[in-house]
Design a protein around this ligand. Structure first.
Ligand code: PRP
Ligand code: URA
Length: 215
């Protein structure tokens, strides 16, 4: 993984070969929903290692069958916040790795004409402000959805927020950096551009449709 992308100080590109191989198969137009869903979950699980790398821990003692060992546990709880629908596909993978994480849900869709985000559901855990928050959405396109999602999370008082996506467009990264410069974006790829419909090129198409078979 690069320390940071040179032109985007708020971005960490996860270049691990397994992540890149899974992303490549997910991008392939011939990959069907069941495999696409599995790949997104697995990629998210691998990327969670990078996202959580700097989470604070404290030392504890643990009694093994043979004696006392020094151990470490996370100091704060973790909240996953998938943006519906597509974020659900990645949240599933991370939950396998961090089963004790809380899960908040933000329902946001992009108006097809204006490309503006529309928030239709907001259910965050009551103690989210005291936790490390991972906002999850595979696609950072114009950035509208993720930016309003971070606003909703910050309204609770939460201040430690990271964004996990799979593919990011430069336009979305810039929008996030301007609105929330404190939010680090973890992605597997930065693609070249958006097309006239706001889709990432080359991207992977409509993530929600490919996960749920609604194409
Ligand atoms: C997609 C995607 C993001 C959003 C990204 O959701 O999952 O949430 O678009 O676009 P943006 O960065 O330009 O806001 P979509 O609106 O297709 O909703 P869905 O997940 O319910 O299909
Ligand atoms: N949403 C998607 O699912 N894909 C894109 O390329 C852009 C927005």
């Amino acid at each position: 993984m690069k320390d940071s992308d040179r032109s985007f100080p708020n971005v960490r590109v996860v270049t691990h070969p397994l992540v890149q191989q899974k992303l490549t198969t997910a991008r392939d137009a011939r990959t069907g929903s069941p495999e696409f869903r599995r790949l997104l979950a697995e990629t998210a699980m691998l990327m969670a290692f990078e996202i959580t790398r700097d989470y604070p821990t404290h030392d504890i003692d643990v009694e093994t069958p043979m004696g006392l060992a020094k151990g470490k546990v996370l100091r704060t709880e973790i909240t996953l916040v998938p943006i519906l629908r597509a974020g659900l596909g990645m949240a599933d993978g991370i939950l396998r790795l961090i089963p004790h994480a809380r899960v908040g849900h933000l329902g946001i869709y992009r108006d097809e004409t204006s490309l503006q985000p529309v928030v239709y559901y907001n259910k965050l855990p009551p103690d989210v402000a005291a936790t490390e928050v991972i906002l999850i959405d595979p696609m950072l396109a114009t950035g509208g959805s993720s930016v309003v999602a971070v606003e909703a999370i910050k309204k609770t008082g939460a201040s430690r927020v990271k964004l996990l996506c799979l593919v990011a467009a430069p336009e979305g990264i810039e929008k996030m950096m301007a609105a929330h410069p404190d939010v680090m974006v973890y992605t597997a790829a930065i693609d070249s551009r958006l097309n006239e419909h706001g889709y990432i090129v080359p991207g992977l198409g409509d993530a929600g449709d490919r996960i749920f078979g609604t194409e």
